[in-house]
Design a protein around this ligand. Structure first.
Ligand SMILES: O=C(CO)[C@H](O)[C@H](O)COP(=O)(O)O
Length: 233
């Protein structure tokens, strides 16, 4: 049986080869990014000088525990590389992200980076985005109005799906690091991800959505046959 966690760590280890002393790094969130932060901690302890900006409180806590020096986007303006996982990656290196609920900070940090390296096991590679439910971060105020507007955006983009308010394991509404809620929508194949992204971004109650368009520069995919490094076309 394939050890998915071992594949995630292999992808993370390959991404670490791109890190050089002096770099400013965006640190992603999720089980794959966690391997990267873990390995980065080893590199820091071996003397490599980097500074990181975490994309969630969970990653901040992990990075601190690993001894990775941290800063914020208020203290520095640009990052060299963000290394993060993804829920789906298509051949254009557009992504669905937010399965871990950190999409807002992840997108802010990736947007401030010269490059974004996406690390994943190769089950995340898809011809078309949409099998994974699209996470949409919303303001709790006026939720029904926001959902109606989201439904109109889906119709314009030729997709549809049930909107589910994300809950935590304890049954309470999941609250993001920014104090918002997440609606997950299983849309099936999304024909035109950039168009849907634009329509969702125009809705006032939508804080951010999990379509990452034009942000991924490189994907490092680990599978049973080895590692594939794919550059954005
Ligand atoms: O977007 C994310 C968190 O918001 C993660 O990168 C995504 O959910 C992938 O997670 P994992 O590496 O655990 O499969």
């Amino acid at each position: 049986m394939i050890d998915m966690d071992a594949l995630k760590r292999q992808a993370a280890a390959r991404a670490l080869e791109e890190v050089e002393s002096g770099m400013r790094l965006g640190l992603g969130t999720g089980s794959t990014a966690k391997h990267f932060v873990d390995l980065l901690g080893e590199k820091v302890r071996a003397g490599v000088k980097i500074v990181g900006v975490p994309t969630s409180e969970a990653t901040r806590a992990q990075a601190e525990a690993c001894g990775v020096p941290l800063t914020t986007l208020d203290e520095i303006d640009r990052l060299d590389i963000t290394i993060d996982g993804a829920d789906e990656i298509n051949p254009a290196l557009d992504l669905i992200k937010g399965g871990g609920g950190a999409l807002l900070r992840e997108k802010i940090v990736a947007s401030a980076s010269a490059r974004m390296i996406v690390i994943a096991d190769d089950s995340k590679w898809v011809e078309r985005l949409g099998r994974f439910p699209l996470p949409i971060e919303v303001i709790p105020f006026g939720l029904a109005a926001t959902q109606r507007a989201m439904g109109e955006a889906f119709a314009k983009a030729g997709v549809s799906g049930q909107m589910l308010l994300r809950k935590s394991a304890d049954g309470h509404v999941f609250v993001t690091d920014g104090g918002h809620w997440i609606i997950d929508v299983r849309l099936g194949e999304i024909e035109d991800p950039p168009r849907l992204a634009g329509l969702l971004s125009a809705i006032p109650g939508v804080v951010e959505h999990g379509l990452f368009i034009g942000l991924g520069s490189t994907a490092i995919l680990a599978g049973a046959q080895g590692i594939r490094v794919i550059q954005r076309p």
